[in-house]
Design a protein around this ligand. Structure first.
Ligand code: NOJ
Length: 709
């Protein structure tokens, strides 16, 4: 409540608001098309861009770095351009500006929307201190294929978790700057996980799986959406009137503006749906893409289309108004510079460390090898990423600097200062040489425990970084096996941007910790978990397959007519590998254990307007305080369209002392149990619903309720 009030105040239309209708009436066609034009600078605006700024022929610039570069440009707009319409200054502030937080996929593992809101708010505040007023985040694409490198930038495979995170990030950023929900839509459905590839998404799957996080962002008041590069069943998203018109404007009532992705309007030509620049521009504008990022097609081609009566002026005016209204909502007419003070560095780093600790998933911990006793004896820290300052920043680190990063080795050294810590790199991330193995093996031999820090370089995920293999690159797997062969117990610390497939490690390494790309506090947060100062609580926001051939593998699938049955060959499975994942969605261990008992629903019969409350007793059955993410899934037992076996509908983080039990309530509004019916409209059908409450997407207690008409 307070938060939304604050947001309203911050983004409110100023009292002395520009009358936008009269402003529009005063604009020349060139000035109107200028507002629709967005160009990338290279750190600073170029002389040609400055000319456009003076002439009122730009709506915004992006990649202008630093207030010393944004402020003079804005000054020219408001002092020298005819209509003095301030510019938007955009940037990809994805998981931090200078202070880099965990990648969004990592942060989603926290199942803690407040954490996501906190980092987005901090990132927005820091960016605003450098003159940025608009970020191209959050990325809210659902991704079911870990080959796709951009899975790192989103919240994983689940529409409910994705929606919670999307809304939280929008709220966080928009305390100071504008957010952009991207990439609208279906970009994560790239066939074979190949970036920019075509997608084949049915309208039902689009509405049930890919669109909900965008809807959540719109409901949270997001200022802009970015239209995606991909096509959906042959219709490119940047020229798709159904998406940006029917769904976004008419069904959802979106009042903000739509920006294209980088040259995605020009790319309509490559897609083969436009024969010329003018055709591409016409298609995109008429579909509802308001702002042209980097193609300059609107600026160059729309005037001729207007003259030839090939596009009505109303389309131009409506796009211009969307952008002017956004500028007004941000307060740019009143305060064009909007340079804000960043929170103190210590505060930013404290957020980074806390959220990084919450993002670490404990995948395996045999015989309670973890947490380590920092005084127990020599520790060997081994691997290409153990003392690497660059890679923990991840794929989109804006102004993040390697010098700011605490490496895992540094984190361990400062926490275990009383014991000897020996380090050997062993190999580089993609090395083919095993020359460094001797030193690594020697280090492990003299240690009580060997911590291997392995994984991917930051640029092996993110945009244009699809992989066809999801194992450890280079000779890292061999390094792991060579060190394990010494007999020294091994802790595998993974640094990576996507689910990896590590059958040998899963079978043979006693402890595995998934840390993703954690940002500047990577080393401290990892040490916090390794030594038990932080008890891991994160859960996987995405399924980890056993083998590549299982992809796409996700938890919220349908039963099929022949569900897998080991005793029946003619059922839906493989002959050479189980159908189950290596680590399921929602899975993650703790240094304590939790018991679930006594699941009760507040009602056995509910109506569509009701809310069903599930109450379950969660007990900390171990000897440490810990936080459990209690998850609630629902299955519609019989419906007119084959239901998914489980769908996440609620979750809660609960902190319990050893031995403590608590009755935990989770609520589900029955109207949220909709699916897309036979008539392609959302429907909630009467019948039996099975509720599962537990620690992940495969375990849990069950109860049923009847939805009555
Ligand atoms: C292309 C990417 O797809 C998008 O996510 C990003 O915001 C733009 N480039 C601008 O850098």
């Amino acid at each position: 409540m307070l938060r939304s009030l604050l947001l309203t105040l911050l983004l409110a239309t100023p009292a002395a608001a520009q009358n936008l209708d009269s402003l529009l009436a005063r604009m020349t066609l060139e000035e109107k098309l200028g507002q629709l034009n967005l160009l990338s600078a290279n750190g600073r605006a170029s002389p040609e861009q400055m000319q456009l700024v003076r002439a009122g022929k730009l709506g915004g610039l992006f990649n202008v770095i630093g207030a010393e570069n944004t402020t003079p440009v804005q000054r020219i707009v408001v002092t020298e351009s005819r209509l003095k319409i301030p510019l938007l200054f955009g940037l990809d502030v994805i998981h931090g500006y200078r202070t880099i937080f965990p990648i969004p996929l990592g942060e989603a593992s926290s199942f803690d929307p407040d954490a996501a809101e906190a980092t987005a708010r901090a990132a927005g505040q820091e960016a605003a201190a450098f003159g940025i007023n608009w970020t191209y985040a959050p990325m809210v694409d659902i991704a079911r294929d870990p080959r796709w490198g951009r899975i790192a930038e989103g919240s994983g495979e689940d529409p409910f978790l994705g929606s919670m995170m999307a809304a939280a990030r929008v709220r966080g950023f928009q305390q100071t700057i504008f957010a952009t929900a991207k990439h609208f839509a279906g970009y994560g459905g790239a066939e074979a996980g190949r970036d920019y590839n075509e997608t084949e998404i049915s309208e039902r799957t689009m509405r049930e799986i890919y669109l909900p996080p965008f809807k959540a962002a719109v409901d949270a008041g997001v200022a802009s959406l970015m239209s995606a590069f991909n096509d959906i069943a042959g219709v490119p998203a940047s020229g798709n009137a159904w998406l940006t018109g029917t769904v976004l404007r008419h069904e959802w009532g979106f009042k903000g503006f739509v920006v294209s992705d980088w040259t995605s309007i020009a790319e309509l030509i490559q897609h083969g749906v436009a024969g010329s620049q003018a055709e591409a521009g016409r298609r995109a504008l008429m579909a509802g893409v308001d702002m042209d990022m980097q193609s300059s097609i609107y600026a160059d081609s729309i005037a001729a289309l207007l003259r030839a009566n090939r596009i009505p002026m109303a389309f131009v005016d409506s796009a211009v108004m969307h952008i002017l209204r956004a500028k007004q909502r941000l307060g740019l007419f009143r305060d064009p510079y909007r340079v804000r003070t960043a929170p103190p560095n210590a505060e930013l780093r404290a957020i980074a460390r806390r959220v990084a600790g919450e993002s670490i998933v404990l995948l395996k911990n045999e015989r309670s090898l973890l947490p380590l006793d920092p005084r127990a004896g020599t520790i060997a820290v081994i691997g290409p990423l153990a003392d690497n300052k660059e890679e923990p920043l991840g794929p989109w680190h804006t102004q993040g600097q390697a010098a700011d990063v605490v490496t895992v080795l540094q984190g361990i050294r400062s926490r275990a200062s009383g014991v000897q810590v020996v380090y050997a790199q062993g190999a580089g991330v993609e090395d083919t040489s095993t020359a460094g193995f001797t030193a690594a093996v020697a280090a492990a031999r003299q240690a009580k425990v060997a911590i291997l820090v392995l994984g991917e370089r930051g640029d092996m995920s993110g945009e244009a970084a699809s992989r066809s293999a999801l194992d450890l690159p280079g000779v890292q797997e061999q390094l792991l096996e060579a060190v394990a062969a010494t007999g020294t117990p091994v802790v595998l610390v993974l640094i990576n941007g996507r689910p990896l497939i590590l059958p040998w490690a899963s079978d043979h390494v006693p402890a595995i910790v998934e840390t993703w790309f954690l940002g500047v506090e990577a080393g401290n947060a990892t040490a916090d978990v390794l030594f038990g100062d932080v008890n891991p609580s994160a859960k996987l926001p995405v399924t980890f397959p056993r083998v590549l051939g299982q992809i796409p593998l996700y938890y919220n699938h349908r039963n099929t007519g022949r569900p897998p049955d080991v005793n029946n060959k003619y059922t839906s499975k493989y002959i050479d590998v189980p159908v189950t994942p290596r680590y399921p969605f929602g899975f993650g261990l703790s240094y304590t254990t939790f018991g679930y008992s006594n699941l009760k629903l507040n009602t056995a019969r509910a109506r569509v307007s009701d809310t069903v409350t599930a109450t379950i007793t969660v007990t900390n059955t171990g000897s440490r305080e810990g936080t459990e993410v209690v998850q609630l899934y629902v299955r519609d037992e019989v419906a007119s369209v084959a239901p998914r076996l489980r769908e996440l509908k609620a979750f809660r983080r609960v902190t319990l002392k050893p031995g403590e039990s608590r009755a935990v309530d989770l609520r589900v509004a029955v109207r949220d149990l909709w699916f897309i019916g036979l008539d392609m409209k959302p429907v909630v059908e009467p019948g039996t619903f099975r509720v599962f409450v537990g620690p992940n997407s495969v375990e849990g207690q069950e109860a049923v309720f009847e939805l009555v008409p």
